[in-house]
Design a protein around this ligand. Structure first.
Ligand SMILES: Nc1ncnc2c1ncn2[C@@H]1O[C@H](COP(=O)(O)OP(=O)(O)OP(=O)(O)O)[C@@H](O)[C@H]1O
Ligand SMILES: [Mg+2]
Length: 414
């Protein structure tokens, strides 16, 4: 196995692969990408292993061709509404009362926060600690070495339906690749598109995919909420196809070439040609009419996201910056529409942060998850290169918090 890190994002519309390798001076650089249309998933869940396997093979083979590396294993991610999350609090008395808080105290307080019953059909994917409270003083990012009596924390526990994860992993295995580790898709994307400043100020990542819209809310440099709406770009295409009486594929082409979700951007004389079906002559419609089909659905998606966030983060502070990714974020007018629905001008498209050797194709919000998977696991790989090459890595939370072994979780899925 060569010294490469492979991120595989299996989506409802597309499978995407990013291959990165280390340069001699230790920098990570992207050396290959691959994309293939995906047909075996519905709303982010694998329903047809055979067609998912074929899409994985096609995407990985083109990434192999571009990178010149043979790919045997990968890291992947999971999302959609099979993911659930819950905020839990825990507190412990510091072991050396009135003494220093140690790693073991931090581990114990997170364990205490995790002492909830998980249904047998679900498994924990991540335990993500936010800030700590030390003797009543809130908002401490790393409590170790502080002198205290009592330690509290709040964690976000992310769980996944076991069979959904198993089917995803099975598709990859049947395509001929080992899965070294698995993570939450939006957490991966956040690594690649959210800046340090945004993480601290508070940010909402919205991944506008084909089958689902997945959301991750970050506050005080930590994830505090994750949710998913079972509606995505495919639903927008379906709307066009139904209203104009054309096939899904034709509607998709029209959406990609002339779609817009912010009416003010369209000149009233602009027209789009809708091909005829069954001998019906083609019809020229105004682009504004096309927009009147797209905009309400996109607005509905943002409204649902906003409502979910309000419910799930009611106790949290202002969550701030909205960062959009996924194919749907390429729709003209999406920033303006999101700004309108969320009532903020702090909205932007999340292009992946530049890595060395970034191939132009993956500097796109559609590649946020795949590049994020690479970034998430490559950091660990740099610290423990041998371990990363031959066995599941241990994922460590970025805030110096606790270190749940993702590899251990992964074993439970096999
Ligand atoms: N330029 C564009 N304008 C509008 N929509 C676009 C554009 N490019 C892609 N899309 C839409 O983005 C969607 C696919 O996005 P993406 O590839 O991120 O989804 P996915 O990751 O496969 O799906 P999911 O994350 O839901 O499982 C499709 O519905 C497609 O129509
Ligand atoms: Mg996706």
């Amino acid at each position: 196995m060569s010294d490469i890190v492979v991120g595989l994002d299996i989506g409802t519309s597309n499978v995407r692969v990013v291959v990165a390798s280390y340069t001699e001076d230790g920098n990570l650089q992207v050396v290959g990408v691959g994309t293939s249309p995906s047909t075996g998933l519905k709303k982010g869940v694998v329903l047809n292993i055979e067609s998912t396997k074929q899409a994985i093979n096609a995407a990985v083979e083109s990434a192999e061709l571009m990178s010149g590396h043979e790919i045997n294993c990968c890291y992947t991610a999971i999302g959609g509404n099979q993911i659930e999350s819950i905020n839990q609090k825990g507190f412990v008395a510091v072991e050396h009362q009135g003494g220093e808080i140690t790693n073991s105290d931090v581990e114990r307080v997170i364990e205490a926060a995790c002492s909830i019953q998980i249904p047998p059909d679900r498994k924990i994917l991540h335990v993500l600690p936010s800030t700590y409270t030390v003797d009543g003083n809130e908002g401490i990012k790393d409590p170790r070495s502080m002198i205290a009596w009592r330690l509290e924390t709040e964690v976000l526990i992310v769980t996944v339906a076991v069979t959904t994860a198993q089917n995803l992993i099975r598709s990859i295995n049947q395509a001929g690749y080992d899965v070294k580790n698995l993570m939450l898709k939006t957490l991966a994307a956040s690594r690649s598109i959210i800046t340090k400043e945004e993480r601290e100020l508070g940010a909402v990542l919205i991944d506008l995919g084909g089958g689902t819209t997945d959301v991750l809310v970050l506050a005080d440099d930590a994830p505090v909420c994750t949710c998913s709406i079972p509606v995505g770009g495919q639903m927008v295409t379906k709307d066009i196809s139904i209203v104009k009486g054309i096939s899904f594929d034709t509607a998709e082409k029209i959406k990609l070439s002339a779609g817009c979700c912010w009416e003010d951007y369209i000149d009233k004389y602009e027209e789009v040609l809708i091909p005829g079906v069954g001998g019906r002559p083609p019809e020229a419609i105004s682009r504004k009419e096309l927009c009147s089909i797209i905009q309400p659905r996109m607005e509905e998606i943002f409204t649902l996201v906003n409502e979910k966030i309000q419910v799930q983060t009611s106790s949290k502070k202002n969550v701030g910056n909205i960062v959009l990714c996924g194919g749907g974020s390429l729709m003209p007018g999406v920033v303006e529409l999101a700004a309108h629905v969320f009532g903020t001008s702090a909205v932007r498209i999340g292009n992946p942060l530049k890595m060395g050797g970034m191939i132009e194709e993956c500097y796109s919000p559609e590649f946020a998850t795949a590049t994020g998977i690479v970034l998430s696991f490559a950091e660990e790989a740099r610290k423990q290169p041998e371990k990363n090459r031959y066995s599941p890595v241990e994922a460590k939370q970025n805030n110096g918090g606790i270190f749940k072994k993702l590899g251990d979780y992964l074993k439970e899925f096999f």
